[in-house]
Design a protein around this ligand. Sequence first.
Ligand code: ZN
Length: 174
Amino acid sequence: MSLLKQWRDKAYDESANKGDLQRLWADYFEKEKNIYAELLKKPEEAVKGTVKGLADKYNIDLMTMVGFLDGINDSLVTPNPIEEMEEDTEVSLDFDNERLFKNMVAAGADWLYGLPEWNDIFDEETQKRLYTEQKQSGTVKKSKKIYPNDPCPCGSGKKYKKCHGRNGANRFEA
Ligand SMILES: [Zn+2]
């Protein structure tokens, strides 16, 4: 079974224990945020390596790295062969700044497009313009399943229903 399929089967398993899934996603979101913060510090550096090598570099397990590669793929200059990649497949995290920012907006992930590292890449005006362009495009990224009592992916420590899952709040979609 491909790594991507293993990750998706695990992360989107409708029949899995809810607590296990909750922990998996809470863990994933925290690591994802850390990797993005790291990448955004050096936006011009095209990070490359094998799937396993990058997992080691960011100190995460292989499956989390596979999830990250799945998530970032649409924001890359050249997409990786995520469907068929193996541990030793060479992949790149060379993202397109505008596309990544917009995809974070499309996902409603303000804890990602609101990372302070963006301020060194785009001035406030540009961030506003990109945000508006994305919102007006009407493209929404498909939802990851988050239950009301799950910890909010933004890392606030609050329950999703009391944070980004509030009515009228920026709903979490990724
Ligand atoms: Zn939140």
